[in-house]
Design a protein around this ligand. Structure first.
Ligand SMILES: Nc1ncnc2c1ncn2[C@@H]1O[C@H](COP(=O)(O)OP(=O)(O)OP(=O)(O)O)[C@@H](O)[C@H]1O
Ligand SMILES: [Mg+2]
Length: 631
């Protein structure tokens, strides 16, 4: 696609969307489409809603966030339902500053950035359109032109409540440029843009001594005082602080609690009363959603300080914990790598999974519940089935530690370690072992890891390694079986037919001859023995399988290879047992004979074609699994 052509199209599109007219004409628009006059909070909520909401196992998924933020579905749901939604309805939370509080690189900035980029797009759509008094540096809401004594009538006619007073600057312009005729005041459609400083503001604390309040609220323009004669003439003032520019939209405060108190008070009055003080003017009305972020340490010391009590009650704190699902963590890394300069590097299958297992473990609390360890908990959180536990148990586990996820290894650390593993290795191809090794080596340099943490983390590296070893062995053994899925399915169905016949005391039909035969005891036992089911326990096991089978049938669900964890394990082991020796010998021989060489090449080809390896990582995998099997 020709980039210049795209730029041109964008510009033309913008031209088309442009609108300007008198206030009288604007009122016609308001009458037809009252949403153009909605508050900033309401616009943000409608933007989130308009992207769509899905429901998955009772969990609401907001699509606005779900392409970028992974594993934080319930956090996002809470954010929307406890803040954005009620704030849109003009409930009291709107008057509080939204403070996202969470551990480093846990996605706080990403959430805010999504909102900012989202608004830029949304204000270019019909539903998200915003209009402002033309030429106003604060893009003031045109409805402020309606005098206070007529607002009750306006509400009766239009159903819209107007908040805030006309700013001193527009007051003056109304008198001087329009002779007081509000119907003639020019109005234009505006498009939010952080770059152009429209509707989106960002504030980052710098050195508290040198930071100037003008950054927030604008300042006197000394060069024009002579022209206007007085410092209190609004034309001699530049309304170009971040709070001015963010009017009608969103104002982000990075590291809010690092700010000097005098800055914080401005924010409070803005969020609480909807106005702030600038220069020598009467209070200036502004309508903006204030969203700030901070980490937990700073937050704790902030609330520990008695002086901050009043501020504290006007902030609504939303915890943003780390993701606790291994699969979602993998997606986070994939996304971060895609956005980085490592995108060209081959990352062997399961390398990111191994890292994700490690990170998630460092974030989890050790469960108190009987019969469950941290690895099982990790699996349950990720939605895997763990024999003997169900979704009720998962809820109970979550309740044990309501603040789980506020500490542990952060995604940025993992990405940094992956990138240093890449630098260390000459070929642009890394595997799980490279990644785990690099994660381990980096622990010493990590600024916030205590010696106790380190010991725990080393153990988690070891667990991640064991998990990976299993995955690696399975992968290679699968690659040795011609068409693994098919073979597993056939064996499973065969087993189920026999179990059914056994439990119902029926005969089984030979598929070839149609002859009736008793169930194949030898086949059933050869599978059950793989997972240590004794002769005495076999009947109970078979009945359990049959119950599961009919439960699935009743719910209209298909019973397959993954429907019963232990059975899956048994089938897999049975398939592997049959070729264990072949795998072991073939992968570890130093001098393969012709037949072995052929097999190795076949397996490597399958790993590359079907499992996503490249030739480096496939060869590394075979060598590693060979060493594992010969231990
Ligand atoms: N749950 C998540 N889903 C998707 N990406 C995530 C998630 N958590 C972290 N990330 C990614 O990690 C990186 C760091 O996230 P971000 O900068 O948003 O964190 P932060 O909470 O603002 O951190 P800090 O406290 O260091 O400012 C980003 O690339 C972000 O996309
Ligand atoms: Mg950040």
């Amino acid at each position: 696609m020709d980039i210049l052509k795209k730029v041109k199209e964008y510009r033309e599109e913008e031209e088309k969307l442009k609108w300007e007219g008198t206030f009288a004409e604007y009122l016609e628009i308001v009458k037809k489409r009252p949403e153009v006059a909605q508050t900033a909070h309401s616009r943000v909520y409608n933007m989130i809603k308009s992207a769509g909401i899905e429901e998955k196992n009772g969990q609401k998924i907001y699509k606005f966030f779900s392409n970028e933020i992974f594993g934080l579905e319930s956090t996002i749901e809470r954010l929307v339902e406890e803040y954005f939604h009620p704030a849109a309805k003009r409930l009291d939370v709107r008057k509080r500053i939204l403070l996202l509080m969470g551990p480093v690189s846990g996605g706080k900035s990403t959430i805010v950035t999504l909102l900012k980029r989202g608004l830029e797009k949304y204000t270019r759509t019909d539903e998200g359109a915003v209009y402002a008094i033309k030429g106003c540096p604060m893009h003031e809401d045109p409805l402020h032109l309606i005098p206070h004594h007529l607002r009750e009538d306006f509400y009766k006619e239009y159903g819209i409540r107007i908040e805030g007073s006309l700013s001193p600057l527009n007051q003056l312009r109304l008198e001087q440029e329009y002779g007081g005729r509000i119907e003639d005041v020019m109005v234009e459609r505006i498009f939010f843009s952080e770059d152009k400083r429209v509707g989106i503001g960002t504030f980052t604390p710098s050195d508290p001594k040198s930071q100037d309040i003008a950054d927030l609220t604008g300042s006197i323009d000394f060069s024009t005082i002579a022209e206007y004669g007085s410092e209190s003439d609004p034309r001699a003032y530049r309304f170009d602080g971040e709070l001015n520019k963010a009017n009608r939209g969103i104002m982000e405060f990075q590291e809010m609690l690092k700010l000097d108190e005098k800055f914080l008070w401005h924010l409070l009055s803005l969020s609480q009363e909807g106005n702030f003080k600038a220069g020598r003017f009467a209070l200036i009305s502004a309508d903006e959603l204030i969203i700030a972020h901070t980490n937990e340490t700073e937050y704790r010391s902030f609330i520990a300080n008695k002086k901050n009590e009043a501020l504290h009650s006007r902030i609504i704190v939303m915890p943003i914990p780390y993701n606790l699902k291994v699969s979602e963590e993998e997606r986070i890394y994939e996304k971060m790598i895609k956005e980085s300069d490592m995108a060209h590097v081959h990352i062997a299958p399961h390398a990111l999974r191994a890292a994700a297992i490690f990170s998630v473990l460092t974030r989890l609390e050790v469960p108190k519940k009987q019969g469950i360890d941290i690895v099982k908990k990790m699996r349950l959180y990720d939605g895997e089935t763990v024999e003997g536990f169900n979704s009720v148990d998962v809820e109970e586990l979550k309740k044990e530690y309501p603040n789980e996820g506020m500490k542990g290894i952060d995604p940025r650390y993992v990405i940094n370690r992956i990138s240093s593993a890449i630098i260390r290795k000459e070929v642009p191809s890394i595997n799980a072992l490279d990644v785990l090794r690099s994660l381990k080596d980096g622990l010493d340099q990590h600024p916030s890891i205590t010696p106790e943490d380190k010991e725990k983390y080393m153990n988690y590296i070891a667990i991640a390694r064991r998990e990976y070893d299993e995955i690696a062995k399975n992968e290679v053994q699968k690659a040795f079986v011609y068409s693994y899925e098919e073979s597993a399915k056939t064996l499973l169905n065969n087993y189920l037919d026999n179990v059914e016949a056994y439990c119902n005391k029926n005969k089984i039909k030979d598929p070839l001859t149609g002859e009736e035969m008793p169930p194949d005891e030898k086949l059933m036992r050869s599978i059950e023995e793989q997972i240590g089911i004794s002769e005495n326990a076999k009947k109970a096991f078979r009945e359990e399988i049959l119950i599961r089978l009919s439960a699935y049938a009743r719910k209209g669900k298909k019973f397959d290879y993954n429907s019963h964890e232990r059975l899956r394990e048994a089938i897999q082991k049975k398939l592997f047992a049959d070729l264990k020796d072949v795998v072991k010998i073939t992968t570890s021989t130093k001098t393969p004979d012709e037949a072995q060489l052929k097999k190795i090449n076949e397996v490597i080809a399958r790993l590359i074609d079907e499992y996503g390896y490249n030739s480096t990582s496939a060869n590394e995998l075979l060598r590693y699994v060979g060493s594992l099997l010969n231990r």
